[in-house]
Design a protein around this ligand. Structure first.
Ligand SMILES: C[S@@+](CC[C@H](N)C(=O)[O-])C[C@H]1O[C@@H](n2cnc3c(N)ncnc32)[C@H](O)[C@@H]1O
Length: 362
């Protein structure tokens, strides 16, 4: 574990702290990366550079905390096979939609057809307590009517994205609203008085067409390599392949509740919840100990499926300095650390934010 300062920062020649001008938002959220909001993802360009630098061309890469699938999408774009393990069912649905192969003509027909029928869709399902609280009666009815005929994963993701936008949440508080807005309010984002959303059909139409455009854009740059999504706990999941490397960003204690951020999707789609298996939800002392043990188990499990000498790349802002001990527990040796200045993009100095890419091997 003892590494010299020089060894630790040996990869600093890699420029990972892009400015906003070098990497504007539309490039960071290119094609399917913006298919659905997901708080806590890493940027595709970071994945691209790391795959290029550390993984053999055409290799099979593993992400044991795959989230919204940034590693999976970029691996496909870089001509690699890829496997992602993830405990949250909604994230798995989103990854399947991002990485599937499509008959683009059939997809276009399906989405244009549903857009043309939106106004006439009906439902007999009564909204549950959650829907009654967070949506206007009209929006709840429209979302349920769409849900009743959403027989494909793509339609389910479009429904979820529209459900997020149609909540009675303040425009400046869409990430994690705690209370619904029931009347007019002063909107800090738009600097005017805004009203809660009354209808969902406009969002359903807009996102159906945007989804089609994004999938078409990705189809033009993706390779024919295979992406596999495994729904389960990465501490115990059984991998059936030998991987050329791991690239991942694990959850960090107390930052994001990954099930809760997509609550509307679980409520509407009836997805199975595995909240008890999600790592990093708490910061009490005992919870931090469980976190370290859990991440170490997941990394050791991933490492057991690696080719000899394969790299394990971990993107993390380890402000509690937990990772040296976690790596040791997982039987991994820290070989280098690349530091990335995240705020440089926006030029904000206050609240300087750095994250590290830990490079480890068995
Ligand atoms: C920081 S996020 C990964 C984001 C990803 N790099 C991206 O760009 O979308 C961490 C992910 O780990 C998942 N996770 C938490 N505990 C897990 C477990 N025990 N097994 C598998 N995944 C887990 C969370 O649901 C979350 O999606």
């Amino acid at each position: 574990m003892a590494v010299t300062q020089e060894e630790l920062y040996s990869g600093l020649d890699l420029e990972l702290s892009w400015s906003e001008r070098a990497l504007p938002e539309h490039v960071r959220t290119k094609h399917v990366h913006r298919l659905h909001p997901y708080h806590g993802k890493f940027i595709p360009q970071l994945v691209e550079v790391l795959l290029d630098r550390y993984l053999p061309p055409g290799g099979h890469v593993l992400d044991p905390f795959a989230g919204s699938g940034t590693t999976l999408v970029q691996a496909l774009e870089s001509g690699m096979d890829v496997t992602g393990a993830e405990v949250a069912a909604f994230n798995c649905l989103l990854m399947r939609v991002k990485t599937a192969h499509y008959d683009l003509e059939a997809l276009s027909d399906e989405l244009h057809d549903v857009c043309s029928r939106l106004a006439s869709l009906t439902t007999k399902t009564r909204p549950n307590g959650y829907l009654r609280r967070w949506y206007s009666p009209t929006a709840a009815k429209q979302l349920l009517a769409f849900r009743d005929q959403a027989d494909s994963d793509v339609l389910r993701v479009i429904l979820s994205r529209a459900a997020r936008s149609a909540r009675r949440a303040a425009h400046f508080d869409l990430e994690a609203p705690s209370e619904p807005m029931t009347g007019e309010y002063w909107c800090h984002k738009h600097r005017r008085t805004c009203r809660p959303v009354e209808s969902a059909n406009g969002f359903l139409r807009r996102y159906a067409l945007d989804t089609l455009a994004r999938i078409e854009e990705f189809a033009a740059v993706r390779s024919d390599r295979v992406a596999r999504v495994l729904h389960g706990d990465s501490r115990t999941i059984e991998y059936e392949h030998v991987f050329a490397g791991v690239l991942t960003s694990p959850p960090y204690p107390g930052l994001i509740d990954y099930h809760e951020q997509h609550r509307y999707a679980y409520e509407l789609l009836g997805l199975e919840e595995r909240r008890d298996l999600e790592l990093g939800k708490e910061t009490r002392k005992a919870a931090l100990e469980d976190y370290c043990e859990g991440i170490a188990q997941a990394l050791a499990n991933a490492a057991s499926a690696l080719a000899p000498g394969a790299p394990v790349l971990i993107v993390v802002n380890d402000r509690r300095d937990l990772y040296p001990a976690i790596l040791e527990r997982a039987g991994l040796r820290l070989e280098g650390r690349l530091r990335r200045h995240v705020n440089r993009r926006t030029g904000r100095r206050a609240g300087e934010y750095f994250e590290d890419v830990l490079v480890a091997r068995q």
